[in-house]
Design a protein around this ligand. Sequence first.
Ligand code: NAG
Ligand code: NAG
Length: 513
Amino acid sequence: MAYSRDHKMLLLCVFVILSSTLSISSASEEEKEYVLTLDHSNFTEIVSKHSFIVVEFYAPWCGHCKRLAPEYEKAASVLANHDPAIVLAKVDADVEANKELAGKYEVQGFPTIKILRNAGEKIQEYNGPREADGIVTYLKKQVGPASPEIKTKEDVESLIDDKKIFIVGIFPKFSGEEYENYMILADKLRSDHDFGHTSNAKLIPRGDSSITKPTLRLLKPFDELFVDSKNFEVDAMEKFIEESSTPLVTFFDQSADNQPFISKYFNSPDSKAMLFLNYDHAKQDLFKSTFHEIAGLYKGKGLVFLMGDVKDSENILEYFGLNGDQTPALVLQDTKGVKYVRQNVQADHIAPWLKDFTDGKLKPYIKSEPIPETNDEPVKVVVTKSINDMVLESKKNVLLEIYAPWCGHCKKLAPILEEVAVSFEQDPDVLIAKFDGTKNDIPSDTFDVQGYPTLYLRSSHGKLMKYDGNRTKDDLIEFIQKNRDAASESIEFIQKNSDATSESTSASAKDEL
Ligand SMILES: *[C@@H]1O[C@H](CO)[C@@H](O)[C@H](O)[C@H]1NC(C)=O
Ligand SMILES: *[C@@H]1O[C@H](CO)[C@@H](O)[C@H](O)[C@H]1NC(C)=O
């Protein structure tokens, strides 16, 4: 039985954690709206009048959009006074008539913010902060040159933040192919990274300052702190930046500076090794140095490393069904989402265990709540450890709800499901059950869970049907009666399309982007 889990689930969990760190401020009562409202009728016209305009695509129901709105408005009011004025606009992408526009701008989640330059000819992703001051700072930088010249110590101080990645082009003269390619690159990546260039390497805080040849230097707040490249092909520079801007070990915490690295880590397509321990642990330093050293050995080999203090990692530990007592814990998740867990690990266990992982010798970890001691409510509780006995081999017709404790549609369904269960209480061949999909791994080769709640009927002969009907007592009862003990066909059919009214995990994950 496979218990692989979609990466989206982990991403969702992480984004929920990250989003809790965003500041929430209430809307101020301003009369004038600085943010322009655009729609399909006037978008092109307005955009074509601006050499620089920022557009937020939002949906009225999206929580992160609601939180962003007052910050975005505040930023717009500040930036209206900037010289030249920076214009912020928004489009309700949920309105049918605007959907084509959203499609054109490849809007896949909300909010999506784009920077449009040259009357809309050049489109860039907004990758900046989501609070007013941060938006203002980020956009002021975006409207200036892609790579400002560094001439003085003061320039260094105002441009280079030693907690962030900064890319410097060092050139004996500001001309020639290297310099031109560098400018193309800076312009291309300006919304992702900060750039600057200089003819005086002595001003740059790190690295060899007696440089005579054009050099691309990346300053970073981790690992070797700076790294140089002399290859000025645009693609090569892009690859160099991508590779050198990822830390060997990503630290999982709430600090704003770390969030870009954390997002990048969880978005990585590679297998993941995550170590959670109490940073007060006596051997903390040993763990850190060991983990770092091992990460170095695996660099570029498809396994990426993250480390977190237990106090910052409660949610993610819970996602893996773990608690602080089981730390130091090493968690692996492979590219298919299969998990492996080693609890109460010692520093010298890590390397051999990772070798067993790459050799395919580890047994997957399956998350399950304990089987409840009493289970006498009308709706029975099923956990991973009891799903075989109670559902797959029970020879009963089982209506199984896979739910999440936080899901609103699930809460609404609970009393209805109870009524359904009560109405079948005298029927020994029918079981109504619920399964907490956040605390238990669902056998993914049998059930396809794309959102909560997901309802399945498994007939006593083993026919499996996803329930996509209305979640009313009558409809549910009718469905069970119609499909129970269905004829002897042994074809299993699983409808792949998820219910539009379920809280899709993928949509929510995108919502949080
Ligand atoms: C664009 O059109 C919409 C709908 O007609 C209107 O509400 C909005 O104010 C217009 N925006 C601008 C900037 O004119
Ligand atoms: C669900 O209910 C709506 C409105 O009550 C109805 O239009 C629709 O046909 C129903 N769908 C199913 C699958 O029964």
